[in-house]
Structure formats: C-alpha cells, structure tokens
Design a protein around this ligand. Structure first.
Ligand code: HEC
Length: 172
C-alpha cells in the first residue's frame, strides 16, 4: 500500500466513526425526549380546555396564565411543569407508578374519593370537599396523616381550587 491509499483509508475510517457517533447521539436524544414526554403534559397549552379547572388539571397553569406553585413532588415536575394529569392520568384514575415516585398516584375521581370503601393500601375515612382541598394544599388525608411526598403540596388560590374541585366532580 502506498502512502496515498493509507491516507484514504484513514479518512474513510474517520468519516465512518463520525457517522456512527452522529447516529448514536441522535438515537439517545430521541429516547431521552420520548421518556420525558411520557410523564409530562406540555405546559402552557391553554387552548382547548373547557374550563379553568380542566386547564389546571392538565397543565398546572390557570386560565390567567399563572403557574400554580407547589412544594415537594418529584424534581421532573418542577423542571418540565405539568398538572394533576401528569400523575393521576387524564381520566383521574391513577394506578400507574410515576418516575422518581415513592407512591403510586391513586384514583382521585370525586365519586371515588367520597366512597366509604377505599381500596386496600389507601384506607382512610371518606373525603369531603374540605378534606379533598386539604389533601391538595396541605398533603394530609382525612385521618390527618401526611401523604407521601410524591404528591405535591399546591399553593393554589381559593377560586382556582374551587374550579379544580368542580372538574374532579365532573371526571367520570
Ligand atoms: C407528581 C405526581 C402527582 C401530581 C402531579 C399530583 N399528585 Fe395527587 N397524589 C400523588 C400521589 C403519589 C398520591 C398518594 C399519596 C399517598 O397515598 O400518600 C396523591 C394523592 C392525592 C389525593 C389524595 C387521594 C386520597 O385517596 O386521599 C388527592 C385528592 C390528590 N392527590 C389530588 C391531586 C390534584 C388535584 C393534583 C393537581 C393539582 C395532584 N394530585 C397532582 C401524586 C401526584
């Protein structure tokens, strides 16, 4: 092999390695994006929701464009934003573990919360409107016990909280 063909080989190998790296990086970015999308609902998309309660439920932002702040909850919620639907699901039935969560989000449809019989593992007295609000803002159940810190404590204005509760009542 003369000097020239060695150079051609070296350059061809470099180009090949470059292509492989680009494909790998693209694949990783794709996977990373996809895993981020499975847990969050795009915030700020305020169009298409029928009520303020629904907007907050799906985006964590009220219809005046203000993000509802919260403490606790997993770090991805602070980073990407999101609402109740990010954990309790679009239909409120919960039941699916969430990333970095230490407790599975339960069913929060109103009729379920006020039932006498709760499923095993989430046993507590039936909720009232007042205790549901307390669960959302203070993270305690009707028995006064602290909820798992996977459930954020929402600093939500009273009128937004009422709208949100109306939406939970309509979920079925
Ligand atoms: C990051 C995930 C996450 C988000 C977001 C979230 N929750 Fe929760 N929520 C949970 C988990 C987990 C529990 C269960 C806590 C426990 O059992 O200790 C819970 C519990 C609750 C409960 C108490 C249910 C019961 O059976 O007593 C209510 C009510 C509730 N969430 C409402 C909401 C509402 C309304 C929103 C939106 C404003 C919301 N959650 C957002 C994870 C989340």
């Amino acid at each position: 092999m003369n000097k020239r063909s060695v150079w051609v080989l070296v350059i061809a190998a470099a180009v090949l390695v470059g292509i492989i790296l680009v494909v790998l990086a693209g694949g990783l970015l794709f996977l990373w994006n996809r895993s981020a999308r499975t847990v969050t609902v795009a915030p700020g998309s305020l169009q298409g929701y029928a009520s303020n309660g629904e907007t907050i439920y799906f985006t964590g932002v009220n219809d005046r464009g203000q993000r509802i702040s919260f403490s606790s909850g997993p770090p991805w919620l602070s980073m990407h934003g999101g609402g109740c639907a990010s954990c309790h699901g679009p239909d409120g039935q919960g039941g699916a573990p969430v990333m970095m969560g230490t407790e599975t989000p339960p069913d929060i449809r109103y009729h379920h919360l006020i039932e006498e019989e709760h499923e095993a593992g989430e046993a507590h007295p039936p909720c009232t409107d007042e205790t549901i609000k307390r669960a959302i803002t203070e993270g305690v159940n009707p028995a006064g016990e602290s909820l798992d810190l996977t459930m954020p404590r929402w600093q939500i204005p009273e009128e937004d909280l009422n709208d949100l509760l109306e939406f939970l009542k309509a979920l079925d």
